[in-house]
Design a protein around this ligand. Structure first.
Ligand code: BGC
Length: 494
């Protein structure tokens, strides 16, 4: 066809010039910039408050951040061995893996199957959830091991990525559902017996050796291959971190008289940071998200950072600018699709931020194809800027959590293992987070741009697979050596 050459080469980097943007739209862009920008002073203030809140969570009185002890009591050496099953109930998918930690240091083999978590299960009844999970496990074992009636029980690490109180490693009392889950009859109860009942009913040959949070799994899996790893983070559907504390610095465990220098991994559950709204500057859009969520008042920090919410914040801005503001964007167009809550996930924002073209033609196509809206060129500039603001705020705020743990522990240099869709796929998330960390911790400018930062946030090893297997292995090993702390059912560890 004549005249239809290849697309122009990718060129666009960051914000456009806005020279042609009409005044009223420009005013809205400025308003959004003011709402969403977190400057260095604010980052530092948030971090300092964060350090105090981490301490409070470990105190006897407790605080807003749960700081859950996990009974993971050592880092791996790299010499762990054995074959384990791992089940990952994260938020979006269900994954079952079989991991073999091999004789070769820090090496493993893995086979895995993914199952989509049906949307209706997330807000359904508890029995259906456990039945679905047990069925997936049964299918996996039958495929890889054959007739289940002939099998000995296989040890399993269950990655249950929700805040859970663990008096024992093989127990998890759900504190509250997060990430849009809302299943009756589970909060306040130990999920392990419910899970085991469903397994028993189907004759699934499994013994649960550890209930794990994805952040703890990430920490341990990353430390398996990199001894500088001190913190494990998830920036995905939800957001959270884990790190290794000394029992002597956990006043709420004082009554157990554990040796003060014994390590204990803490699942921070930092998504709950600042539920009191003391330091985080929430926008009207954050407030709307919170009010309309199944758990208003909970997970204030998470709701500004995690993948589940980024697209929704953006959607709320767009609807507001169409309905309520003088600019009346997308005037005269049907925005019915855009009105549907949670219709845009964070990959929609990623695609906007990834649009390489000066005229934002890919963004325009995205709006046309997914929402039936045809934005004009000025509206496209506003769309791009809104996405940048939301993505940048998320990355900068997440750095406050990493800085807070590092400050609390006195880590001047270390590696942080991070996983999750936002960390791995959202454009510039890593770079923006690293820049914020530099501002918070006052690092001098790099002599060479290729130099490492003192604290580097790096892509983690597979926490809910390899991490879960390692934790199961470490737990079996310590029980063998007679360390029975935090073990509820010793018979499962023989
Ligand atoms: C959960 C955490 C989890 C995080 C990342 C949060 O909503 O409360 O337990 O680690 O999501 O998956």
């Amino acid at each position: 066809m004549v005249g239809l050459g290849p697309k122009p080469p990718p060129s666009r980097k960051g914000t456009g010039s806005f020279v042609d943007v009409p005044k009223d739209l420009l005013k809205e862009i400025k308003r959004l910039e003011k709402l969403f920008t977190v400057d260095t002073a604010k980052l530092k203030q948030i971090t300092d408050h964060f350090v105090n809140e981490l301490e409070k969570g470990l105190s006897k009185e407790g605080g807003t951040i749960p700081m859950n002890p996990t009974w993971v009591m050592s880092f791996p050496t790299g010499h762990e061995t054995g074959t384990f099953l791992a089940l990952d109930m994260g938020g979006t998918n269900l994954r079952v893996c079989q991991i073999t930690l091999t004789e070769q240091k820090s090496e493993f083999d893995i086979i895995q199957s993914k199952y989509r978590m049906p949307e209706e299960l997330k807000t359904g009844v508890a029995e259906d959830l456990w039945e679905y999970i047990a069925e997936c496990l049964l299918q996996f074992i039958q495929t890889h091991h054959g007739d289940v009636s002939k099998l000995d029980k296989i040890p399993l690490g269950f990655t249950f990525s929700y805040p859970a109180t663990q008096n024992y490693i093989d127990e998890g009392i759900l504190q509250r559902w997060t990430k849009g889950f809302d299943i009756d009859g589970v909060e306040g109860r130990n999920v392990v017996p419910m899970f085991e009942k469903a397994l028993q009913e189907r004759g699934v040959p499994i013994k649960l050796t550890a209930l794990i949070n994805d952040t703890t799994g990430t920490l341990i899996a990353s430390a398996y291959t990199d001894t500088k790893m001190k913190i494990g983070c998830i920036f995905g559907t939800g957001c959270n971190a884990a790190y290794m504390e000394d029992c002597g610095s956990i006043p709420k465990l004082e009554h157990l008289n554990l040796p003060p220098d014994t390590p204990m991994a803490i699942n921070c559950e930092w998504g709950a940071f600042d539920n009191e709204h003391k330091v985080l500057l929430r926008t009207p859009y954050d407030e709307l998200i919170d009010n309309d969520s199944p758990r208003p008042g909970q997970q204030a920090f998470e709701k500004m950072i995690a993948g589940l919410y980024l697209g929704e914040i953006f959607r709320l801005i767009m609807v507001d600018l169409h309905d309520n503001r003088d600019v009346n964007i997308f005037a005269g167009q049907d925005i019915g699709k855009l009105r549907r809550p949670y219709t845009l996930d964070s990959s929609f924002l990623s695609a906007i931020e990834d649009d390489p073209f000066e005229n934002l033609s890919e963004t325009r196509e995205l709006f046309q194809n997914q929402l039936g809206i045809d934005p004009n060129s000025s509206e496209l500039e506003l769309i791009r800027r809104a996405a940048e603001l939301i993505g940048t705020r998320a990355a900068r705020l997440s750095a406050c959590g990493v800085a807070a743990i590092s400050k609390k522990k006195g880590y001047k240099e270390c590696h942080v293992g991070a996983d999750g869709s936002v960390f791995n796929k959202y454009p510039h998330f890593k770079k923006r987070g690293a820049a914020a960390l530099r501002e918070i911790l006052d690092w001098p400018a790099k002599a060479d741009p290729d130099d490492d930062d003192p604290i580097e946030i790096l892509a983690a090893e597979d926490g809910s697979g390899v991490g879960a297997a390692l934790i199961a292995a470490l737990t079996l090993e310590r029980v063998k050596k007679g360390n029975m702390h935090g073990i509820l059912h010793p018979k499962n560890f023989q």
